[in-house]
Write a protein that binds this ligand. Sequence first.
Ligand SMILES: CC(C)(COP(=O)(O)OP(=O)(O)OC[C@H]1O[C@@H](n2cnc3c(N)ncnc32)[C@H](O)[C@@H]1OP(=O)(O)O)[C@@H](O)C(=O)NCCC(=O)NCCS
Length: 401
Amino acid sequence: MTSAKSVTVRSATEQDRPAIAALQETGFGMRYGDDERALHHQLWPVERALVAVDNGRVVGHTTDITMTVTVPGQHTVRAAGVSGVAVAPTHRRRGILRELYTAQHERTESDGLPLTVFTASEATIYGRFGYDTAILDTAITIDRRRAEFRPSTPDPGGVELATLAESASHIEEVYGRWQRQVPGAQARPAAKWGMVFADVERHRDGATSLFVLVHPDGYALYRRRYRDHRSIVSVVELRAATQQAHLALWRVLLSIDLVDSVEAEISDDDPLPYLLTDSRAVRVTRRGDSLWARVMDVPAALTARAYRHDLDTVLAVHDPFRSAGGEFALRVRDGVAECEPTTRPAELVFDINVLGALYFGAHRARVLAAAHRIRVEDVPALRAFDEAFTTDRMPELGWFF
Ligand SMILES: CC(C)(COP(=O)(O)OP(=O)(O)OC[C@H]1O[C@@H](n2cnc3c(N)ncnc32)[C@H](O)[C@@H]1OP(=O)(O)O)[C@@H](O)C(=O)NCCC(=O)NCCS
């Protein structure tokens, strides 16, 4: 049996492409279509990939690109967006992921990025590397025939049917406006836009190609599918830079004839259920997480975002995977933070995962303290810390990777 010791981790080259693709297809149980291969290569340049090689054969892979992500206060941070993590089933549980991650996180540190993010396949793997859920999402299904808007709800109009080709630049422009408002949302690179507009077959999951609705401040991309003799609208992406656009688009989506239900993913502060006379017409079908985050540099990450309340506290942060931990004085005035190492005694003690969970505003510090994830040496300090980290708006993932 091969141990991780016989395995070498190195940067990938163009020659590794076929082996990397085969490993990912095996790991994630799918086949890349010809319509997406070139776009996939553009989005994930092979120079960023790390491979684990055993006896000349690629048995492990990880990669990342630098993403620009909005943080509370409508500032941005640069983050390593990790993707394509896979180890061959013949080589599992011998420490290959750990070796790949160690090399990758060393590189992220030397690149000076304050944050790493990814979408996780399983919830029990990544805590040991200092990650936690940073954005939550909720899948809903709406019984369209029960979905009536409250009489007081305006009907702003302004939505038109469009094609992807004619609305591409409008869609990109609106996405950019939306993304800059929303914590957690990433700027979308050209290669990823290429994938959206190519509407690749594998992403359709048996449904139609994309239908498009546009509004001057929003758009909705959706598919039609039939399941168990029911006709369904599946909203793939709805982005609205204003509340009016959000309402106008939902009014159209919920009035499409010959439709039994409308499926979508929404954030926790989406007003949609409150707009309807029967809030039970909106049924939650899945509660999940869409992004995980790890703070790589505590002062750089904590000073990059804004805060809701003034704060003066000392945090003790444990980081068993890397050495980003320590004691830090965190001071906030008028939303702006200063953070530096200190020798003062800590008021709040936690693993670095907690900062990933709190960073974009998806979780409350007081809840994590109740769950024994924060050791509280000073009760008023927890209250101030909890309030300071709250946000105006719940975080949302811009695009899945
Ligand atoms: C997940 C995957 C990458 C793990 O690779 P691996 O080389 O077997 O992992 P390692 O042996 O390096 O394990 C590293 C640690 O994670 C733990 N771990 C690995 N897989 C785990 C799992 N599925 N559930 C819980 N813990 C897991 C190991 O116990 C080990 O813990 P320790 O170092 O604290 O003792 C591999 O199983 C895989 O490719 N799965 C299919 C694709 C996938 O899910 N990729 C992840 C996408 S986010």
